[in-house]
Every structure is written in C-alpha cells, then in structure tokens.
Design a protein around this ligand. Structure first.
Ligand code: NAD
Length: 354
C-alpha cells in the first residue's frame, strides 16, 4: 500500500484539473494512483504559500513566483518537491531550492511544435493583418486599404535560440521558403540543416522577421532593448512567444512609435504575472505600458497561450506525474532541475540543457 502523498496544485484552471485527473487515472503507477491532488485556483506566491500546509509537493505554472522566501515557507511546511507544469523555470530560485534540499522538476518539451505553430500564426497575423480584417469584415467593411502585407517566401527570418521550439520554427519557416538565420551561443547541426548561424547583431540587421525562442536568464533579460532594436531592419516584425522579460517594453513602444519596428506579436509580457490567465475585462488595468501596446494597429497580444493545445496539455499532465513517480520511487528523473541538494542546471549557465 503506497504511503499517503498530497500534491497541492496551484494556478489551477478547469483544464488543469481535467487533464491532471485524467493522467492520474491512466497512470500505470500505483504510487501515482494513491496521490491526493488538491487544486487551488490561486497562484503560489508569498501570500498563498500557507495553503501548501499538509502538502508533500506543490505543482506550479509559469506565473507562480517561488523566490527564496516562498521556498523557505514551503520547506518549513514540509513540502519536499516542486513540480513545474512548464519548461521555463525562471520563476523558481533554484539555488535556494538546492540549499533547502527541495527536489524540483519541469516538463522540458511538451509540444515544441505547438509553440512554434503559434509563433508562426502570430507572425503571419501581424504580417498579413488578418486581425484587422477580422474586425472590419464583421462591420461590413470590405475595404483592403491598410491591409497590405508582405509575402513571407524569400524573406529572411532570424531565430534567437535554436532549442526544441526554435528548431520547430525553423522547420516550418523553411517550408514557407524563408532564408533562415539564427543566434545561439550553442549552435547545433540540427539548425544548420535549415540555415546559418550569425552573431545576434548581424541577425537583427539582416532579418525581416525576428522570433525569440531562448529562455529567460540573467544573460537574456531585455535582450531586445533600445540598442538591439536600433540594430533591427526598419519595418521588421518582432515575435516573442518565449518569456516577457526578454523584451524591454518601454524601448519596444518607442520603436513602434517611431515606426522603426514594423510590427510586434507578443504571447508573453514582462508584467503578465497577476494579469494573464484571469478575466480582467471589468477592471481598470493599471499597467499603462500593456495598455499602450493594445492601441497599436500593428501589435498583436495574446495571453501566454502558445502551449495551449490538447496534445500539449496531455503531455504536461502525464510528464508531471511521471516526474512525481520518479521522485516517489527515488529513481533518477531526466527532467529534474534540483535533486538531492544538487543543482543540475545553474541559472546563469548556458545553455539551459540537462
Ligand atoms: P530549449 O532549452 O530547448 O532551447 C533554448 C535555446 O536557447 C537553447 O538552444 C539555448 O542554447 C538557447 N539560448 C540560451 N541563451 C541564449 C542567448 N543568449 N541567445 C540565443 N540563444 C540562447 O527551450 P525550448 O523548449 O525551445 O523553449 C524555449 C523557451 O520557450 C522556454 O525557455 C520558455 O521560456 C518558452 N516557452 C513558451 C511557451 C508559451 O506557451 N509561450 C511554451 C513553452 C516554452
């Protein structure tokens, strides 16, 4: 009979509950079948951490904040493991987790194609202005004025970060007939099949479209700033489906106002915590930069949904429970970030590969 084990799931949406419950039912592991899942719809942060009382592990998503203070509270409450339902782990202080002896694992690749396909959808929406056409046609306005786009075939696209998602994006764009450039401190032959590696400055100078697919680290925070935006081709389009902190929002607004930046598609935003994944339609949103971004006709914003496919949610739920099963059975987990007091990846090290 497996020992009782409580998993507190934070930032729960109806789909998290549905997919995790389904994954638990279909898990072949008796240990997993015996786990008690407690769902909290609130994010895990300093105010809500006490809700983890009685839990042996917590399960979190992209906008749950786990700085050292929260991890200390969790450890003091008896929590032993942190399971991320996402790939990025910039929201967890891994060094603090290591010091506290907490075990941390993530879902490294739940559907790279889902994110890349969404990035392409954003790019083409801004490029062909279908977001504007959608509204016009509903009002009986069939004018094409202002809807002129550019044919993607033959254009140069710069991919920043050629990991799993960057490669999936390269594969798709190759099919469109694009010329591909990439910047990554750790080049791979997988990308060389599709294009050429160059320095970031050269990528920005040559690309008609730039798509960000690197993780958020100390080195990549605000990798798109006033200086790097200045290096971009006039009229180029920027796509960010990675993490909001890669882009310095004030600079990007200035580049849009000066018309140097020709278009912007964001699935992620640096101030998204506390806003995204919730309905604020009846609220006065206090974030002036976010609100300014919504006023540009050539900007498309989405609420961090690139991952949101049936296939990805299935893999997220199943992988999260496989990770937990590894933890419970004390077997090496390929997705662990911190185990037995050892940090398997340093936040300031590149690449973020395990
Ligand atoms: P990955 O670890 O497979 O690849 C990341 C790549 O970025 C690596 O090749 C790494 O060498 C490279 N890199 C690191 N620092 C760099 C730098 N300074 N310049 C250029 N490249 C650099 O990760 P992945 O699975 O491809 O995911 C990429 C990111 O996408 C994740 O970190 C996550 O933040 C984001 N993501 C977003 C969503 C979403 O729903 N919007 C979903 C999944 C992942």
């Amino acid at each position: 009979m497996p020992a009782p084990f409580n998993l507190a799931v934070f930032s729960t949406k109806s789909y998290d509950r549905e997919y995790l419950t389904r994954a638990q039912r279909s898990s072949p592991s008796a240990q997993i079948a015996a786990v008690t899942l407690t769902f909290h719809d609130v994010p895990l942060n300093p105010d809500t951490a006490p809700l983890a009382r009685g839990a042996d592990a917590v399960c979190i998503f992209v906008n749950d904040a786990l700085p050292a203070a929260v991890l200390e509270t969790l450890a003091a409450l008896g929590v032993r493991a942190v399971l991320l339902r996402c790939a990025g782990f910039n929201n967890v202080d891994l060094a603090a987790a290591e010091a506290l002896g907490l075990w941390v694992a993530r879902v490294p690749a739940y559907a790279p194609e889902a994110v890349a396909e969404f990035a392409l959808a954003l790019l083409q929406t801004v490029n062909r202005k279908t977001h504007r056409a959608y509204n016009r046609v509903r009002e009986g306005n069939f004018s094409l004025d202002g809807l002129m786009g550019r044919t993607l075939c033959g254009k140069t696209v710069g991919i920043v970060g050629t990991g799993k998602i960057g490669i999936a994006m390269a594969r798709i764009l190759k099919g469109f007939g694009c010329r591909l450039l990439a910047a990554d401190p750790f080049p791979t032959d997988a990308f060389r099949e599709y294009g050429e590696y160059v320095e970031l400055g050269e990528l920005l100078a040559q690309s008609d479209y730039v798509s960000l697919h690197c993780p958020l680290t100390e080195q990549t925070r605000h990798i798109i700033n006033a200086e790097t935006l200045g290096k971009m081709k006039k009229g180029a389009v920027l796509v960010n489906t990675s993490r909001g902190g890669l882009v310095h929002t004030e600079s990007v607004i200035a580049a849009l106002k000066s018309k140097h930046l020709g278009g912007l598609a964001l699935d992620v935003y640096e101030g998204e915590g506390g806003l995204f994944y919730q309905d604020h339609s009846g609220d006065i949103i206090q974030d002036d930069q976010l609100m300014r971004l919504t006023t540009f006709p050539n900007v498309l914003l989405c609420g961090h949904q690139a991952f949101f496919t049936e296939e990805a949610l299935t893999e997220i739920a199943e992988c999260t429970l496989r990770n937990l099963d590894n933890f419970l059975n004390r077997v090496p987990c390929p997705n662990a970030l911190v185990r037995e007091g050892h940090l398997l990846v340093r936040r300031d090290s590149l690449p973020v590969r395990i």
